[in-house]
Ligand binder design. Structure first.
Ligand SMILES: Cc1ncc(COP(=O)(O)O)c(C=O)c1O
Length: 283
């Protein structure tokens, strides 16, 4: 999961005695085992940040409901254009609207979407009482941005396919993560539950921090940044940026290694993006 979600759990919720069990949602047996009698909510992110793992929303929802737990899906990486978790049985969908929904990297916001009036009432009360609400200007920008969501998502995905294919053929690229690739372990589930594969492509570079640094320094169009989902292409070094809160051993265990680079593919001309990557990957 996104490092900030993990930090929120560890630093904010656990001190309030809200307990969490972490598990690998690609493994049904592990998921079964992770349920405790006290489990009330199952939280998943699919595709995950930054490894683009895919989890079966329908199967997880059915299992969780049998165990009397509700299911929350962080749908940030696809936006509602490519994935609609409520239709697959989830109870709550969350989005960082900072990303694709606004799409222009100029606001910070979030959205909670649900179809249950009772839960909605509870969340609305918290929203009203706690005070973390978006400003009118940020809301206006988000509404303005979302009007082009469909055209942006199509272009993000089109470019992402080309970038993923390009990276697969590079000598110093060890592994490419993109759910649209037939070799991706979650590809079949992705095809079933998503209508598109999104615009994020991650890859492992031969080497470590030093080699990644050279790559980042050579980039001209991709900018090194934490965020994703905007019209401009961004590159992210998850180990020291979005996922720096994870203890090193855990980070490495889940695959966020020191040679992992996450790319948020923008809507620029594909030739410019490929040229930029080619230059940056030249040793
Ligand atoms: C999957 C996911 N959820 C939530 C967030 C939080 O986003 P924000 O920056 O809007 O707090 C991020 C940020 O990268 C993310 O990748």
């Amino acid at each position: 999961m996104y490092g900030g979600t993990y930090r929120l759990i560890k630093e904010v919720f656990e001190p309030f005695n809200v307990n969490f069990t972490f598990t690998d949602f690609t493994d049904t047996k592990q998921v079964q085992k992770a349920f405790l009698p006290s489990t009330k909510m199952v939280w998943i992110e699919t595709p995950t940040n930054p490894l683009l793992k895919i989890f079966d929303i329908q199967a997880i929802s059915e299992l969780s409901h049998k165990k009397n737990a509700i299911v929350v899906v962080d749908n940030t990486f696809l936006s509602p254009y490519f994935q609609k978790p409520l239709l697959l049985g989830a109870d709550i969908v969350v989005h960082s609207t900072t990303k694709y929904i606004n799409g222009h990297s100029d606001i910070i916001g979030g959205a909670v979407i649900l179809n249950n009036t009772e839960l909605f009432g509870k969340i609305q009360l918290v929203q009203k009482s706690v005070g973390a609400v978006p400003s009118p200007f940020d809301s206006w920008l988000t509404l303005r941005g979302v009007k082009t969501l469909a055209v942006r998502m199509k272009q993000h995905e089109k470019n992402a396919f080309k970038v993923a294919g390009f990276l697969q053929n590079q000598k110093n690229v060890l592994e490419v993560f993109f759910p649209g690739l037939e070799t991706h372990p979650g590809h079949e589930i992705a095809k079933k539950q998503m209508s598109g594969f999104g615009g994020v492509v991650s890859f492992k570079l031969k080497g470590g921090l030093a080699e990644c640094n050279v790559f980042f320094k050579k980039l001209r169009i991709f900018q090194l940044a934490d965020s994703l989902g905007g019209i401009e292409s961004l590159a992210n070094y998850s180990a020291l940026m979005t996922h720096d809160y994870f203890p090193v051993e855990l980070r490495q265990k889940i695959g966020v290694t020191d040679n992992l680079i996450r790319l948020s593919i923008g809507i620029e001309h594909i030739d410019d993006l490929l040229e930029d990557l080619k230059n940056a990957l030249t040793i």
